[in-house]
Write a protein that binds this ligand. Structure first.
Ligand code: FES
Length: 61
């Protein structure tokens, strides 16, 4: 499933960028060599980043 239609970034690619250390949508774009265009995907990327942080924090407890 695509998260970013403008740049063709799939959900698994966003997760890979987050696992590699991306903490902001801009870093997800950077990891894939592109830039934000329409920004419709930014909220979903932020949610994925927040969920990842929550899961990491939960796992660390
Ligand atoms: S859908 Fe990602 S920049 Fe447009």
């Amino acid at each position: 499933m695509y998260v970013c239609n403008c740049n063709g970034i799939r959900e698994r690619q966003v997760r890979a960028a987050i696992e590699a250390g991306a903490t902001r949508p801009a870093e997800v774009f950077q990891a894939h060599g592109c830039k934000v265009r329409c920004a419709r995907c930014v909220c979903e990327m932020r949610e994925m980043i927040d969920q990842s942080r929550e899961a990491f924090r939960y796992a660390a407890e």
